[in-house]
Design a protein. Structure first.
Length: 159
């Protein structure tokens, strides 16, 4: 009897996961029905637990691709922008190939699209900080030059 309760709770959990994944993927009622009917049943409740687990694995993989790829694409674009901004600030030539090459050399990966999420975040932060640091240094230098120029003019005018 306890075994049936355990199996029922597992089935209910996987069934809930199936419906959640269908919602995450935005599947219509017709698409859900087509999946269920492909297993020879009319309702997802009638599907075998093992079949539900297999369907959930496939749907979960699709959901990960849908969400993960778009996140990685955004991070890759941010890397391109951060490195491009740095190259612009140091008045260096930049294009997609140059930027991707810099990102690959900086991370040790041969393929820009293989750079993992955390390394992409590190590169973004590093190059954004380089731009901020350079701007800060330039502001200090300009301020010092202005003070020097002003004090030089003041003493020149007094003489």
């Amino acid at each position: 009897m306890a075994e049936n309760k355990t199996m029922d709770s597992i089935h209910k959990g996987v069934l809930k996961k199936f419906h959640t994944l269908c919602s995450v993927l935005g599947l219509s009622e017709d698409e859900k029905r087509a999946i269920v009917e492909s297993y020879g049943v009319e309702s997802s409740r009638d599907m075998d637990t093992h079949d539900l687990i297999n369907v959930c694995a496939n749907l979960s993989e699709q959901a990960n691709k849908k969400n993960g790829t778009s996140d990685l694409d955004k991070l890759r674009k941010r890397v391109m922008a951060a490195i491009g901004s740095y190259l612009h600030s140091v008045k260096r030539e930049s294009n997609a190939s140059i930027i991707k090459g810099i990102a690959c050399r900086a991370t040790g990966y041969e393929d820009f699209n293989k750079i993992p999420r955390e390394r992409l975040r590190n590169i973004i932060a590093t190059f954004n900080n380089k731009v901020k640091d350079e701007q800060g240094v330039n502001d200090v230098i300009n301020s010092m030059m202005l003070q020097s120029f002003m004090s030089g003019n003041a003493s020149y005018g007094e003489a």
